[in-house]
Design a protein around this ligand. Sequence first.
Ligand code: KIV
Ligand code: ZN
Length: 388
Amino acid sequence: MSAHKIQIFDTTLRDGEQVPGCKLNKEEKLVIARQLELLGVDVIEAGFPISSPGDFDAVCAIARQTKEATVCGLSRAVEEDIKVAAEALREARYPRLHTGIGTSESHVRYKLRATQEQVLERAVQAVKLAKSFVEDVEFYAEDAGRTDNEFLARVCSAAVKAGATVLNIPDTTGYCLPQEYGAKIKYLYENVAGIEHARLSTHCHNDLGLATANSISGAINGARQIECTINGVGERAGNTALEEVVMIMKQHPYLGLHTSINTELLSETSALVSHMMRMPVQPNKAIVGANAFSHSSGIHQDGVIKNRSTYEIIDPKEVGVDSSSIVLTARSGRAALAYRLQKLGYTLEKEMLDIAYTSFLLVADVKKEVEDKDLHQLIEAKKLSVAS
Ligand code: KIV
Ligand code: ZN
């Protein structure tokens, strides 16, 4: 059995919803929150309550509805933000207040026009205020990915002393390399005072396509929570994709990391979020893309027909997909054609299969994909006598 449980913190409804054109109304958020709970996420980040009355209402409604998962609300290290987030979370069974401040040089110097000592003091005050409302307080060090490790450890130590239960280490700009991000988590694990009282969390953005790799590297190096979104939705290039990190941990049990996600609900959850956010999933997206379990080249089809595991590392049923598919194209071989014909009730002797295959290639060269109706026509037209 795996040694470490990795909590899955889903921020589809907060960081994910910041994508232009993906705004959700309260009812849509409630439906997605219900599905996330069914999926088995540990934490639902429901929104940023001070950002708008609509978001405040949605966080209140999700807090009221959710029974098993922790419900989290975001705030900056600003008194009014924290008070409003605490109010929105009032009816949550397991409320978590997420507060924080930028710690990198560009945040401290240019965005906040402050000194490191002033930032540290604001972090402490924010955590203390949040702690006066809820027990579970998560502190984020925005742009931690580009923050000097020594200062980051000092801020995190102060946040833990002030009562933070979770330390979120965001690679806000998606800048880090996996070994660099993993080393940062390891450094914090070894240098934050009182770390035994808090959980380190990854929060990675995908600007260089490394969000998933960085999150896993963080977990290998001591993080016990991963922040992510369904389909990897999020600002710019998006956030870490939930389905990817969960399946990586499942496919590599020797890592000793496990989650409580019911992976058989991944496919339907992906489709629901894509539909409600009006954000199509790219066909070649890992785990949930339309082509994730379809095989179109002859060599691969032949291998999969003989034994699925030759070219598939995941049983599609594990992520809620009935079966993998063999797509018939001009790149398909005789084995795939025979396989599909057999499924349609036609068993062809070798000679007939050769004739059928020649006709099939003519059709396949003019069509992107040869469908079942084309195969029926082909068999009829050639009057291939068939033993089924
Ligand atoms: O990416 C980021 O830094 C964030 C924080 C606000 C948690 O989303
Ligand atoms: Zn973020």
